[in-house]
Design a protein around this ligand. Structure first.
Ligand SMILES: Nc1nc2c(ncn2[C@@H]2O[C@H](COP(=O)(O)OP(=O)(O)OP(=O)(O)O)[C@@H](O)[C@H]2O)c(=O)[nH]1
Ligand SMILES: [Mg+2]
Length: 199
């Protein structure tokens, strides 16, 4: 499948609590993963809007859930990156509370695209987080990011490691924003997830 035509993509709100999370009945798809893994860059690439999502020079900068309305049909949620040690503890606590509230309680969240830096093929924090999301009953789509940083041999090994670490039956979707690899494949899986009826 080719990527759908993006007719409109707009920033809606940076939500810091559940009251601010869009609740108009349209489905949500969230993007999650370690800080600096490339979530915001991937969102820009998927929406075909270069500067819509702020790409961090300093990791850990995104501290709220940023919602983008796409084609007036669904929302992309850019979740704050996890695992960034230099964020002050009180901010970290807040950050974790909004993620937890949203992931546990949003009735419109259809699934989570969990992005992993393929060079590390999933850290213990990634494994732990994915297990929590799965235990909550949330569909998780594991995506390997920064594919351009790996040579052929490293790529083969990373796929093997990711399959084992995340119990995948096949190789994860691998993407590169800089080389525009895997975006159509990712879109197909996302469109499927978005089409699921509300639980
Ligand atoms: N080589 C390469 N670099 C990438 C790719 N995607 C993102 N980057 C770079 O990785 C850095 C972090 O990208 P972001 O998109 O801000 O990462 P993030 O996951 O949103 O980070 P937080 O908001 O801090 O959680 C930036 O310097 C990007 O240019 C990719 O596919 N390949
Ligand atoms: Mg970001």
């Amino acid at each position: 499948m080719k990527s759908p035509r993006i007719i409109s993509a707009n920033f809606v709100i940076g939500a810091v609590n559940m009251e601010q999370v869009p609740d108009d009945g349209l489905p949500h798809l969230a993007f999650f993963g370690r800080s600096n893994v490339g979530k915001s860059s991937l969102l820009n690439a998927l929406m075909g809007r270069r500067g819509l999502v702020k790409v961090s020079r300093r990791p850990g900068k995104t501290r709220e859930i940023n919602f983008f309305l796409v084609n007036e049909a669904f929302y992309f949620a850019d979740l704050p990156g996890i695992g960034y040690a230099r964020v002050a503890p009180h901010i970290k606590e807040k950050m974790e509370k909004i993620i937890k509230d949203y992931v546990e309680n949003s009735p419109h969240l259809r699934g989570i695209v969990y992005l992993i830096d393929m060079r590390r093929a999933g850290t213990s924090l990634d494994i732990e987080t994915v297990n929590i999301l799965r235990d909550l009953g949330r569909p998780v789509l594991i995506v390997g990011g920064k594919r351009d940083k790996l040579n052929r041999k490293e790529f083969v090994q990373a796929n093997k490691d990711m399959r084992q670490r995340f119990n995948l039956e096949q190789d994860p979707i691998a993407v590169s924003v800089t080389r525009k690899i895997g975006l159509d494949t990712l879109w197909s899986s996302m469109v499927e997830a978005i089409a699921q009826p509300d639980i």
